[in-house]
Design a protein around this ligand. Structure first.
Ligand code: ACO
Length: 429
């Protein structure tokens, strides 16, 4: 915090507002006393210029295409670290020592099973339900199963809820998948690493041996790592707002899952692959580019554009390399969808419309291609995003609950409806 101030002149009032200087990034004008002192609100739908909280977890510089977790660049973490180490970093603020990592991995591993009674919840859904709908319901219901970790005023319970959520989310996502394809649930195996265990729970069946391919496991782990956190995005802000009322962590993460599902957010990876398939062949790319530019057509290039990144999305760069590697290793380097994706990216980047609006491929542009090559149906793309992002949601939730300045989130509004009027009896309307 500094002693800088900003002056706001409004009518015949002049208000002096404190200005906070972050470690990196633009200064932040503190307007918390604006209403009490000036009887005026600010208006910022979509939070394009509003910092809703103070945080030490993740930093994004959209202009430079930079994403840092606790100061560490995402490309270094993707190349040198792995998902559970990044989880530790996000949750506790520092990279773990070897002993700390071993202890953390063992705590997560020992919570991978879900309460047996939860199986009945899965069985209550229709088989054709979207796995996100199932996850949303089942995660919300966790508060009915884990009563001993719903007291948010107890730091120990908060810790247990965090570990449970990170550990059980792959199990829940895999069970949602198995249920929708009519296969038996596969229980977690605690001798496998996080990503391998998830792949096994999704793809093994009781009648055959299943060996997890280490290359696919590494690719899966990288997808988890790249999606682990992204500061105050829509689903994270949803989790923060839901928890500001004191709601239990399982209910709050279920709210985050609901928000993530939308096609402008986590649903974009499914929508992107469906779009690439609809385009089908490179000769149809100009038609789709023209549609994306046509203001009378609601169509947008899915996997393109980002609220914050206005240069490039550093996660997309790693994801593109990963797509090449995985498809090469699987022997599907001539994948027609990858071909369409690469040509579409080149065509869009060469088009002045996308350049002027600073629209670049985002993380979702290539992730679907990798996931499909691994054998996942498009309906599992967003659930996998939800598994990865759980640690981000939980870390931000923990940070918020521990913050003594926390208060219930309660935005104001610019009211443009009727002013007060008298009720009219029905016979006189
Ligand atoms: N295709 C075509 N035009 C686009 C696209 C796109 N993908 N994205 C933005 N634009 C245009 C808009 O039409 C708008 O044009 P205008 O200024 O002439 O009205 C301009 O670019 C700015 O777009 P906004 O929607 O105002 O930008 P915003 O920051 O609100 O939206 C968003 C960002 C939602 C990601 C948007 O780019 C989009 O819808 N992209 C497609 C969906 C997608 O890929 N989402 C994943 C995001 S990453 C994630 O959640 C992991």
């Amino acid at each position: 915090m500094t002693e800088k101030t900003a002056k706001l002149t409004y009518g015949d009032m002049e208000l002096e507002l404190p200005v906070h200087t972050p470690t990196v990034g633009p200064d932040v004008i503190d307007i918390t006393k604006l209403y009490s002192q000036g009887k005026v609100f600010t208006y910022d739908p979509g939070f394009t210029s509003t910092a809703a909280c103070e945080s030490t977890i993740t930093y994004i510089d959209g202009g430079k295409g930079e994403l840092l977790h606790r100061g560490y660049p995402i490309d270094q973490l993707a190349a040198k670290s792995h998902y559970l180490e990044v989880c530790y970093l996000l949750l506790y603020g520092e990279l773990p020592s070897a002993d700390q990592l071993e202890d953390f991995e063992s705590r997560v591993t020992n919570h991978t099973m879900i309460h047996e009674q939860m199986m009945f919840l899965f069985r209550g859904f229709r088989r054709d339900a979207h796995p996100m709908a199932i996850m949303n319901g089942v995660v919300g219901a966790m508060s009915a199963f884990y009563h001993d970790s719903t007291d948010i005023s107890d730091p120990w319970q908060r810790e247990v809820a965090s570990i449970r959520m990170i550990a059980k989310m792959p199990t829940i996502a895999a069970m949602a998948y198995k249920f929708t394809i009519g296969q038996p649930f596969v229980y977690p195996r605690n001798d496998l690493d996080y990503a391998s265990n998830f792949l096994r729970m999704c793809f093994s069946v009781p009648c055959e041996d299943y060996q997890v391919d280490p290359i696919l496991s590494r690719a899966m782990d990288r997808i988890f790592t790249l999606h682990a956190d992204h500061e105050q995005n829509a689903s994270t802000s949803t989790v923060r707002l839901a928890s500001s009322s004191g709601a239990n962590p399982f209910a709050c993460i279920a709210a985050g899952i609901a928000c993530l599902w939308g096609p402008a957010h986590g649903g974009a990876n499914q929508a992107c692959l469906e779009m690439l398939k609809e385009i089908g062949t490179p000769d149809r790319i100009p038609e789709f580019i023209a549609r994306a530019k046509d203001k009378s057509d609601p169509f947008r290039l899915m996997g393109f554009g980002h609220r914050v990144y206005k240069n490039f999305d550093p996660r997309a760069t790693v994801m593109k390399q990963s797509a090449d590697e995985v498809l090469d290793l699987l022997g599907v380097e001539n994948n027609p969808t990858l071909q369409v994706a690469k040509e579409l990216e080149a065509a869009a980047l060469a088009d002045p419309y996308f350049a002027e609006k600073k629209l670049f491929p985002n993380v979702d542009f290539y992730s679907g291609i990798i996931l499909e090559a691994m054998g996942f149906p498009t309906s599992m793309f967003t659930p996998i995003f939800a598994v990865s992002r759980t640690v981000g949601w939980i870390s931000q939730w923990k940070e918020m609950i521990a913050d003594p300045a926390m208060k219930i989130g309660r935005p104001r509004q610019l009211y443009t409806g009727e002013s007060q009027r008298d009720y009219v009896d029905i016979e006189n309307r």
